[in-house]
Design a protein around this ligand. Sequence first.
Ligand code: ADP
Ligand code: ZN
Ligand code: ZN
Length: 702
Amino acid sequence: MNPAPAHWIEVAVQTPAHSGVGDLLSYRSALSLQPGQLVRVPLGKREVLGVVWRVDTPDPGLEAAAVREVAACFDGLAPLDAHWRQLMAFAAQYYQRSLGEVALSALPPQLRDLDGGQLARRLKKLGAIDHITVGAAPEPSAEQAHALEQICTQGGPFLLFGSTGSGKTEVYLRAVQQALQAEPEAQALIMVPEINLTPQLEARVRERFGEQAVVSMHSGLTPAQRLKGWLAAHSGAARIVLGTRMAVLASMPKLRLIVVDEEHDPSYKQQEGARYSARDLALYRGQQCGAKVLLGSATPSLESWQHSRPADDTGEPGGRYLRLQMPSRIGAATLPVVRRVDMNHQPRRTVLSAPLVQAIQARVQRGEQSMLLLNRRGYAPVLYCADCGWKSECRHCSAFRVFHKIDRTLRCHHCGATDRVPRACPSCGNADIAPLGRGTEQLEEHLSELLAGVRRPDGQPVRIARIDADTTRLKGALESQLAAVHSGEVDVLVGTQMIAKGHDFRRITLVAAVNPDSALFSSDFRAPERLFALLMQAAGRAGRQAGQGESEMLVQTFHPTHPLFEALKRHDYPAFAASELAERHAASLPPFSHQALLRADAREQSISQGFLTAARQTLEAWLAQEDGGAEVLETVSLYPAVPMSLQKVADVERAQMLIESPSRKQLHRALSRLQDVLHTLRSDPAHKGVIRWLLDVDPQAI
Ligand code: ADP
Ligand code: ZN
Ligand code: ZN
């Protein structure tokens, strides 16, 4: 008989979110294992992947027979280092999820299906650490050189505030080069919001540093590619990881620089599971492992803007980040002239105003490109019966089904329910039901009617293209459509915000926002910030080529004197930020307070709200009894439960409760107590109807 295994270890495994199973499970092992090693362990009837978290002395209180044995160990793989483990522990604690869930979801899924031998073969194929070669690079401009010098000599974190086209990407590449050349094994992480929207950046990185040195990490890869990239990063064979938000969780033992491009972009926030902000984790990670962090944007998040404020003469101290400015565009390219078209002076129900149509026509005739932005896909957001007032509501959601003309369907964009368009009003039989409002599909149709007689310089008719989630559903579709725009096969491009992001379109001299007003009066306090960033980005698409004629941006609005548009006209992000921050300060909104959102889902709204109300009352009662609880209650506001603005989705009634505090520490004390409250309430039969709850720390939408 074998002697009883002598080593006791605690292992992080993936357990279901609300199962109540503790974060770490105890096992025994015959081998001596180290923290960070990957193992396979029995869990119930299954065998699962786990990460050794702690190595313990045997617990005399635990019956040896009750503790199961580690099934296998991946000893060919270097342990995940202490920095990585600390990052996981921090993310789990900060975003209020289990350690096992966060740590295991950061590993490539295919690891779960491999045995030690298979893994060893994959590792062997990786090759040695790449000694980078650096391709040709342009001579830095004075602004770029100054920014680089700061990055080289200061500790950071840095906020690179540079106009679109000011050469931020070039600064990232040079900073990466500096970091990698300073140390033979150093690694750099470059994060982008959505990789498929910026294929040019990936191409530039690979061209500069060579295919060998770079791996990509994003959800569009196959499981085998994901695994290969992860192993290359973990082993150090890859010097550069280029990825989306998930890449911030990659194991990179020699990480020395983290770049977060377009740091304001909402897609850095994960919207399910552990709802982490990859930008915020990048800042934590950099500080904790000694890597410099470089955030970049032409329209920084108000949080980063505030954190990078310079010290002022009144003695107010500056923020923690160092702000680096690059106001000028490279070469002679200038920012477009912004013109507001006052829609109050246009005939009622005008979609495209006369000045806009003329501007497009002139571009087509000169052989230049135009881009029209409308943030709503489909043909019309609602179908409507003028006789009885019927509207195309979704049966399952508190939303309208959108009319898609191409296949004559009504589609709910929230639950996916799709029906044929009825021939007559389902409620009164009126045959004349009509679209209300407009989406990109209708805009495209409308444009081709308006421009039917317009000819290009070569005498050919105008070519119009549309890019949105509907036209890019198939794999590769977006890439080929973008390529068509680049190669000049398109004269007028219509699309949603998808087309406003980082594309380096060369020949666009006109950008138009068709109907941007709704965001001005949204209930979400971040809506103006998003709109401003979107419009500035869109403006940045125009006139990137020096030597083109005047480039312009047209904004169709019923509120031409709105301060947001005034600031846009001057390309004045600092003025916009100052006025928004003043409002946020007055209302104690982030970044002047910290928020979390507790959401509950049930079949009935009263059950969702009842659960939240019980959670609030129980938490208050518990805190009132506890040491230090009074302080939490004083500094943390627990707001009443309310229905979410999109109250019902797929027959589920959603409610939310806002939790807010000027003190991050007190907010987190409240949240960790709240977790205990939620688990207690869950077993109460009164709340049996609750389908799920979820907690969003630093939510992006309220
Ligand atoms: P951003 O990322 O700020 O929008 P890019 O880095 O893409 O700007 O630069 C805009 C354009 O200018 C790119 O085509 C880039 O190759 C070019 N560029 C950047 N830096 C320089 C430089 N120092 N000299 C010449 N061209 C440059
Ligand atoms: Zn629906
Ligand atoms: Zn009707």
